[in-house]
Design a protein around this ligand. Sequence first.
Ligand SMILES: *[C@@H]1O[C@H](CO)[C@@H](O)[C@H](O)[C@H]1NC(C)=O
Ligand SMILES: *[C@@H]1O[C@H](CO)[C@@H](O)[C@H](O)[C@H]1NC(C)=O
Ligand SMILES: *[C@@H]1O[C@H](CO)[C@@H](O)[C@H](O)[C@H]1NC(C)=O
Ligand SMILES: *[C@@H]1O[C@H](CO)[C@@H](O)[C@H](O)[C@H]1NC(C)=O
Length: 208
Amino acid sequence: MFDILVTKIFFTIILSQLIHPLWASHIPNCAFQDTVSLIDIQPYIDGSYEYDGVWIPANMTATYTYEELGDGTRIPAPSHVRGCACKLKQCIQLCCAPEERLDETLKTCVKRKLMEYPRIDTYTENLTRSVSDVFKKYIPQQRMPCEDFKILNPNLDNDFNILYENGTVYHVAMEKYISHRDFCLTPYWLNATHLTLSPILCVQKSFL
Ligand SMILES: *[C@@H]1O[C@H](CO)[C@@H](O)[C@H](O)[C@H]1NC(C)=O
Ligand SMILES: *[C@@H]1O[C@H](CO)[C@@H](O)[C@H](O)[C@H]1NC(C)=O
Ligand SMILES: *[C@@H]1O[C@H](CO)[C@@H](O)[C@H](O)[C@H]1NC(C)=O
Ligand SMILES: *[C@@H]1O[C@H](CO)[C@@H](O)[C@H](O)[C@H]1NC(C)=O
């Protein structure tokens, strides 16, 4: 009797694991990278949510049973609601948690000296500069787009870059536009006294 029960429970778990990914809903016309987790946020009566000052209608939310890593790999996650926030306000990726910075040598996030989060310089199409708080100007998402990278140092000619308001970085020396999905920002010490918020440049992996 006990054996049967155990077997039954065992198969129920296996089955739900197999079926879940197939049943997992998603938001139409919304890439996973454009979503944010709405866990712990109370929905309004009509099923809409407010996230970081952005109103997300119910038809732009869905329940997910997975999360996606930077390289698109899906990993199972406890069932949670996500909303397509990046279709409503420009998103930008932060490499680490706010109290951390990316370490270029260790290739990982480390605790940073606690001081104000650096502000960000952005440019309009006609190159008008403005300095702003990244948490207000954008919807920040914490995600590393690659494992191997270099942090761009705006003081070096070779690294000089421009961040447009639409979240695209223009790398001047390479004459290359880099979409907000393909880089993240990290606090970075330019010198002993000056902390900036710098984009990383993903290093192409060699498949040779
Ligand atoms: C989603 O809901 C909003 C607000 O309720 C509505 O304006 C919009 O037309 C809906 N979009 C679709 C595709 O149903
Ligand atoms: C972002 O803005 C820049 C400058 O106007 C433009 O060249 C680039 O194509 C835009 N990128 C996207 C993804 O809209
Ligand atoms: C640049 O664009 C901004 C708004 O995007 C506008 O207010 C400003 O007048 C423009 N400057 C020039 C020199 O065209
Ligand atoms: C540190 O870098 C900033 C920005 O480039 C510069 O304004 C400042 O003078 C530098 N400070 C030192 C001590 O080199």
